[in-house]
Design a protein around this ligand. Structure first.
Ligand code: UT7
Length: 332
């Protein structure tokens, strides 16, 4: 017996960014850096920082609410919530459970997914599989981060890169044969953990006064090595997904890349042979928001009219793990 898969699509997008803007110039008052260094090495001008009481689940819920609004889907029709995050409100329950409650959803299932900056692409693929199976009607997929709580504000090599925010999409059954979700390719190299990780707070280094003293609860990164790996794995996964669907890079109308570093994106563009004007960029305003970066950019690209109906959209990410992934959708 052959399994019938339900066609699916993204039916709505939404995003949320905290109001507080932290500029490069402000950062230069607390660490030895400059607007010039940060901008020329990364393309980042400013990032958003959550206020004290503003939790990952609050940002996630607001982005989710906005995506439901654009999808025109009633809360009662959502039966799956996945939140991709590296900065959950707490180790458990999951941020997805908190979001489900904050949005008043009756979802059948809610869980978090952790794949660092690739988390949203992993979550999309997971939700896509569950909705395609026919067992779920609509899924709310959110990438949300409050990275300002895990950034070492004394470490100039990382603190200039990251910001807070959330983005969301609704995955639904598709009734238009000319558009919709094509698929994803995910990957991981678990031997590269030390390139980008947060050592403390798990069972290996539980929280203690020593772990706090040793600053083990902050992001540690080997920037140059991550840079090289990022370009390699993003190129590889983008080419894999295109090839799998019999498509070529010149057919892509819009690339929504993980917004980590403009130089990484420029190198990727040149390797793929896709002109930079087909890449949607907003990292100058948000920095790297990890799992939230692609869904925030996707939402802005859709709302600004940059992504048009019928256009082939490629999303491509990399992150700690190392993890990476690409997904393709013919925009509805
Ligand atoms: O989602 C994944 C997240 N991670 C990434 O995307 C990171 C990928 N890597 C990068 O984006 C880049 O490697 C960085 C932006 C992190 C660094 O840029 P780079 O061109 O690779 O610089 P570098 O690490 O080779 O450092 C060059 C110099 C060093 O000084 P010396 O040794 O040449 O004297 C650093 O100490 O720049 C210095 N430096 C800074 N100077 C001013 C490092 N950070 C700063 C800073 N301001 N913020």
């Amino acid at each position: 017996m052959t399994q019938e898969f339900v066609p699916i699509t993204i039916s709505g997008t939404g995003s949320y960014a905290p109001k507080r803007i932290l500029t490069n110039a402000e950062l230069a008052e607390s660490v030895d850096t400059s607007d010039e260094w940060i901008f020329t090495r990364t393309g980042i001008r400013e990032r958003r920082i959550a206020t004290d009481g503003e939790l990952t689940s609050d940002m996630a819920a607001e982005a989710g609410r906005r995506s439901l609004e654009t999808a025109g889907i009633a809360r009662g029709e959502i039966d799956l919530v996945i939140v991709a995050t590296t900065t959950p409100d707490m180790p458990f329950p999951s941020t997805a459970c908190l979001v489900q409650h904050k949005l008043g959803l009756n979802s059948l299932a809610a869980f978090d997914l952790q794949a660092a900056c690739s988390g949203f692409i992993y979550a999309l693929e997971t939700a896509a599989g569950m909705v395609r199976s026919g067992a779920y009607r609509n899924a709310l997929v959110i990438g949300a981060e409050r990275l300002s709580t895990i950034v070492d504000w004394q470490d100039r090599s990382t603190c200039v890169l990251f910001g807070d925010g959330a983005g969301a999409v609704v995955i639904s059954r598709n009734h238009d044969p000319k558009s919709g979700w094509l698929g994803a390719k995910l990957g991981c190299d678990g031997s590269a953990v030390e390139l980008l990780h947060l050592p403390g707070g798990g069972c290996q280094i539980p929280a203690s006064s020593d772990s706090v003293e040793e600053r083990q609860h902050f992001i540690k990164m080997k920037g140059r090595e991550v840079f090289k790996a990022a370009v390699r794995v993003m190129e590889q996964s983008a080419l894999q997904i295109l090839e799998h669907h019999g498509l070529t890079a010149d057919q892509v109308g819009c690339v929504v890349p993980h917004q980590a570093n403009l130089r990484i994106i420029e190198t990727l563009a040149s390797r793929l042979g896709i002109p930079m004007d087909r890449f949607f960029l907003n990292l100058d305003r948000y920095g790297n928001t990890s799992a939230a970066s692609i869904p925030i950019a996707l939402d802005e690209a859709v709302r600004s009219g940059r992504i048009k109906s019928g256009e082939l959209v490629l999303m491509v990410a990399f992150g700690g793990g190392l993890t990476w992934g690409s997904s393709l959708i013919r925009w509805p």
